[in-house]
Ligand binder design. Structure first.
Ligand SMILES: NC(=O)c1ccc[n+]([C@@H]2O[C@H](COP(=O)([O-])OP(=O)(O)OC[C@H]3O[C@@H](n4cnc5c(N)ncnc54)[C@H](O)[C@@H]3O)[C@@H](O)[C@H]2O)c1
Length: 274
């Protein structure tokens, strides 16, 4: 309780999933929460529950981002925490693509077990449109940049703030059916380290969270891939939104005062680092 007392926190993609859970934990720790999302109806509902405020924001639209941060500056006069969390996995309106990826995954496993050889192939990169590629990069990478740039216009004079960027284990391991997602998340890690160095002199800490597979709307349609992921995870399960939100509370609070440029990866052992 009170680990974030009187702090003002803006969370993108706060309408549901990891963003909503982070907002709830921040609120429980005493923060004022601002939820920004393209899903304004759910963002408003969540904000009401948390005594906070919601804004329509498309993080990939720099004008829209700038307009909302201006409102935040005028209303709150401070911003202590930014969580760049909004994201997509590229399958939102593409059930066909998702089913195809699940099918290939199953075929590859079966072929390998039965014959030791793989005859089915993903062919994701060769078939990816410019539009799919740009959308993924725009939301994850451009969005993180646009929001950070605007947040700094408020944070720079405060001499204390925390920025948390949502990455993914797939930014490190790569994902066989998500070159655009992995590229975007990997770039977010590079951006995290560069801004951490740049902003350290102002006592603005920048860190990333790279979740493993977590039960949210984003992962609920993965079908048989879920069991393959669990099998490859030493803890043999998906994580919960709480598992990520607690990491965010730590990075947002003074408990992590000496932590910057780092990546925390709650992932059940799916990826292990030094
Ligand atoms: N769930 C997982 O297993 C997992 C694992 C690793 C990383 N992540 C990352 O965590 C973040 C949250 O994922 P989640 O599982 O909660 O997903 P989710 O789909 O449940 O929630 C994502 C939220 O982002 C919002 N959003 C999408 N595009 C937006 C845009 N252009 N502008 C503003 N808001 C936008 C959506 O409306 C939604 O509310 C994402 O960045 C995701 O890539 C998730």
């Amino acid at each position: 309780m009170d680990r974030l007392k009187n702090k003002v926190a803006l969370i993108t993609g706060g309408a549901r999933g990891l963003g909503a859970s982070i907002a709830s934990h921040f609120f429980n720790e005493g923060a004022n929460v601002i939820l920004c999302d393209v899903n304004i109806n759910d963002a408003k509902k969540k904000a009401k529950e948390l005594n906070g405020i919601a804004y329509y924001m498309d993080v990939s639209d720099s004008e829209n981002v700038s307009e909302i941060f201006n409102k935040v500056r005028l209303k709150f006069k401070q911003l202590d925490i930014l969580v760049n969390n909004a994201g997509i996995n590229g399958f939102e309106d593409r059930e066909d693509l998702l089913n195809d990826r699940i099918k290939i995954n199953n075929h590859q496993s079966k072929e390998f077990v039965e014959t030791g050889k793989i005859k089915s192939h993903f062919d994701v990169t060769v078939n990816m449109s410019d539009e799919e590629w740009h959308k993924m990069i725009s939301i994850h990478l451009n969005g993180t940049f646009f929001c950070t740039r605007e947040a700094l216009k408020i944070m720079n004079n405060q001499h204390e703030a925390s920025i948390i960027n949502m990455a993914s284990v797939l930014g490190t391991t790569g994902g066989p059916s998500s070159p655009h997602y992995s590229a975007a998340k990997s770039a977010v890690l590079g951006f995290t380290r560069a801004t951490a160095r740049e902003l350290a002199s102002r006592n603005i800490r920048v860190n990333a969270i790279a979740p493993g597979y977590i039960d949210t709307d984003m992962t609920c349609r993965l079908g048989d891939i879920k069991n393959l992921v669990k099998l490859a995870t030493p803890m043999k399960k998906f994580g919960t939104t709480d598992d990520i939100a607690w990491a965010a509370v730590y990075l947002a609070s003074n408990e992590s005062n000496f932590v910057t440029g780092q990546t925390i990866s709650p992932n059940g052992g799916f990826v292990m680092s030094q």
